[in-house]
Ligand binder design. Structure first.
Ligand code: ADP
Length: 353
């Protein structure tokens, strides 16, 4: 289960970890849609509780009660510095996820709401959590620490990194394409949110997202890399709330193009602004790739994943062309299998108990 602010996406797996069904509720907060396998219907989804109820009802219509399941496994964006592996959710783990709300105010509350709602309907059903930050626990201090003074209330201000579920799944899947796992791998997760990860011997050693999922690359609506002085100036000009909204929801591809956050829409548009937005997206991938490659001390392979990474030939070819100075490095497209990874982690936890 991947519960966000405007959508709840679920995938059902059997005991052999084969995906058997997908149910997604989107457009929560208004006129929403419920998609069961390939069939979508419009439904009123005023809030998350109604979306979850609609998902549970759709499951029941397929002959499956929530209580029939072995486990509900959640994607949780932030696990802070302590939750660095998947966890069986106990009251203590639930509290630790709640303690991370200040670090991920747009995400963790929705995960908790889903966890609580499932617990209410099926109190004895085990629930697990896989954390987006966990894969990056191997990043060395020199890479994750900001150059801030050593004061106790500032220790949480560090780079965490995100999309870890996607990078972990990619690291596992890539050898099916490449034979062995490349030693120095540049992984690109390019979707609405986008980041790069430097993966050395299967472990994250650097990533472009930092304290929050706002950092790094130009994204659908998020600004990505912007220096702290500019952020402070923006806050002075517009106030905190408006600056926050602008950086998260009105910037990135949407802000640059004035048209759309959606890569497909931009690719089919002829306007100079849409073209510039794509150029900006690819340029900053290239610039930040240079930083990841330096951290790796060279490069053995490149792997693309995510909606744009897997599907946009324009972005793939532009980035590869921009990185041609690296020499002939093999590149791969690896479909994101985040749900399978989460299910696999939950399986592993339940087998231990
Ligand atoms: P999220 O980060 O919300 O999970 P996705 O990984 O699904 O998002 O990526 C969504 C992005 O992928 C959108 O910008 C969409 O336009 C883009 N995308 C999907 N298919 C294509 C395609 N065939 N060509 C170009 N872009 C695509």
């Amino acid at each position: 289960m991947n519960a966000g602010s405007s959508s709840i996406k679920t995938a059902l797996f059997d005991g052999a970890l084969s995906e058997t069904l997908r149910i997604e509720a989107t457009g929560i907060g208004g006129a929403g849609a419920l998609k069961v396998a390939d069939t979508s219907q419009s439904v009123d989804l005023p809030d998350n509780a109604s979306a979850l109820a609609a998902i549970i009802e759709a499951l029941e219509q397929q002959g499956i009660a929530l209580t029939d399941l072995r486990c509900v496994a959640h994607r949780v964006v932030h696990g802070g510095t302590d939750l660095t592996t998947a966890q069986l959710i106990t009251p203590q783990i639930r509290q630790q996820i709640a303690d991370c709300i200040p670090l991920a105010p747009l995400h963790n509350p929705h995960h908790l709401a889903a966890i609580d709602a499932v617990q209410k309907v099926a109190p004895d059903l085990p629930q697990c959590a896989s954390f987006d930050t966990a894969f990056h626990a191997t990043i060395p201090t020199v890479a994750h620490r900001f150059a801030l003074p050593n004061q106790p209330d500032l220790t949480g201000l560090r780079r965490y990194g995100f999309h870890g579920t996607s990078y972990a799944a990619l690291t596992r899947k890539l050898p099916e394409h490449s034979g062995t796992l490349p030693r120095r791998l540049l992984a690109l997760h390019l979707g609405n949110g986008a980041s790069l990860c430097a993966i050395k011997d299967g472990q994250s050693i650097a990533t472009t997202m930092g304290y929050s999922p706002l950092g790094g690359l130009t994204m659908g609506t998020r600004a990505g890399e912007i220096d702290a002085g500019a952020v402070l100036a923006l806050v002075r000009m517009r106030g905190l709330d408006e600056a926050d909204h602008l950086l998260h929801h009105q910037s990135g591809l949407l802000g640059l193009s004035g048209l759309s956050a959606d890569m497909r829409t931009l690719e089919s548009s002829e306007t100079p602004e849409a073209r510039f937005a794509i150029e900006h997206f690819c340029y900053w991938i290239t610039r930040q790739a240079g930083s990841m490659i330096a951290a790796l001390g060279g490069l053995d392979a490149i792997a693309f994943t995510g909606g744009i990474g897997e599907n946009s030939h324009l972005v793939q070819s532009t980035v590869l062309e921009n990185l041609r100075w690296m020499g002939d490095v093999p590149s791969y497209i690896v479909p994101a299998e985040e749900e399978l990874h989460i299910a696999r982690e939950a399986h592993g936890l339940l087998d231990q108990t």
